[in-house]
Design a protein around this ligand. Structure first.
Ligand code: GLA
Length: 383
């Protein structure tokens, strides 16, 4: 059984785009071990678009790996990844060609699923570019979902149709384990904060075995990468916000930075035990969203997310989306806890692991610009 919890791993696309090769994948696999990412729960090493030759094999019709990028083929890589106790992911597309114009799996779904299984693949990201005119997109996901279940291997099906055609309503039935709900993220505060604001209303569809994928993280990229083109990246406070939002959403945690060069701040963030506990909570509850202010495309209101966790615990996050330090405030009554009942919320700061007080009526925090405060909490009956 796979994807009981939100999948965790790394994907080549955000930083490397077309610039992928065997050495990058092997070194990044080593980094999973050396940095303790595997111990923290990251397991999927995923090669995105641009791994194959431009055309299929004229005789077998199979997609072929590019021998310049992957001289020993894909099985060699998956063996390496598996020997480290990790899982191996690859990429194809529901259309005739992938988004970067390599062969897609349209009308080759069963052949390709078998090929991926032969490679030892454990995860398939399945994109949505270059569909023939009049093709039925949801049906194409159904077909690949069926093909992946027909092979002799358990393969996580990561759909990527960017939230089109009300994906929330039908994707779970295709057998997909996660599904992209937005266009491509870019390495900027505006991009990830808008994705979060846009997806809040859809998080109710996300649950164990099939998670809303708000895209690969840009955490730790600092403007270095494909999606950083023309964008300056984020600062550490903004990356804290992004990462903790994805955790509050129970979104898949697919790292997108160059993990071989990850700095200490990024490593501490993405391996923070409290945040990962929130992300991986088995109940995967949708957060309650409280807004402070008016939410418009040009002006994002501050947010408070409250998420029930298993064992009667909860997580509570305060986001300041403004350019200045300010108050982010919640009346506990608005969360469902009237002051008169005599229950307080006892908080622990997820970043410092220190107790952060007990609150009975209102929590009003000063939060620096583009930053957050995130807590784990328990209920306390007042004497
Ligand atoms: C699409 C996807 C991206 C990435 C690229 C690859 O844009 O949304 O995540 O896979 O294709 O070309």
């Amino acid at each position: 059984m796979i994807a009981q919890r939100p999948p965790m791993g790394w994907n080549t696309y955000n930083t490397f785009g077309r610039r992928i090769n065997e050495q990058l994948i092997l070194e990044s696999t080593d980094a999973f071990i050396d940095l303790g990412l595997k111990d923290a729960g990251y397991e999927y090493v995923v090669i995105d678009d641009c791994w194959s030759m431009h055309d299929r094999d004229p005789i077998t019709d199979k997609i072929l790996p590019d021998p310049e990028k992957f001289p020993h083929g894909m099985k060699y890589i998956s063996d390496y990844v598996h020997a480290k106790g990790l899982k191996f992911g690859m990429y194809s597309c529901a259309g005739v060609r992938t988004c970067a114009d390599f062969p897609g799996s349209f009308e080759h779904e069963y052949l390709d699923a078998q090929t991926f299984a032969e490679y030892g693949c454990d995860y398939l990201k399945y994109d949505y570019c270059n569909l023939p005119e009049h093709a039925d997109g949801p049906y194409l996901y159904r077909r690949m979902g069926m093909a992946l279940r027909a092979v002799d291997r358990e393969i996580l099906f990561s759909a990527c149709n960017w939230g089109m055609h009300d994906v929330y309503h039908w994707i779970r039935s295709t057998g997909a384990h996660m599904y992209r709900s937005t266009g491509d993220i870019s390495d900027s505060f505006g991009s990830f904060s808008r994705i979060a604001a846009e997806q809040e209303k859809n998080m109710c569809y996300s649950a164990p075995f099939c998670y809303n994928d708000t895209d690969m993280l840009t955490v730790g990229m600092y403007g270095n990468g494909l999606v950083g083109g023309g964008v300056s990246g984020c600062n550490d406070a903004e990356y804290r916000m992004q990462f903790s939002m994805w955790c509050m959403f129970s979104a898949p945690l697919m790292l997108g930075c160059d993990i071989r060069k990850m700095n200490a701040e990024t490593l501490a963030l993405v391996t923070n035990k409290n945040l990962l506990r929130i992300n991986q909570d088995p109940e995967a509850r949708t957060p309650i969203v409280i807004m402070n202010g008016e939410d418009r495309p040009d002006h994002l209101a501050n947010r408070i997310y409250f998420k029930h966790l298993s064992n009667n615990e909860f997580a509570l996050a305060f986001y300041n989306l403004h350019d200045q330090e300010g108050g982010v405030r919640v009346l506990l009554n608005d969360l469902g806890l009237p002051a008169t009942v005599g229950v307080s919320l006892a908080l622990t700061d997820v970043f410092t692991n220190e107790p952060a007080g007990q609150y009975r009526e209102v929590i009003d925090l000063k939060v620096p610009a583009h930053d957050c405060k995130v807590f784990l909490g328990k209920y306390v009956w007042n004497a």
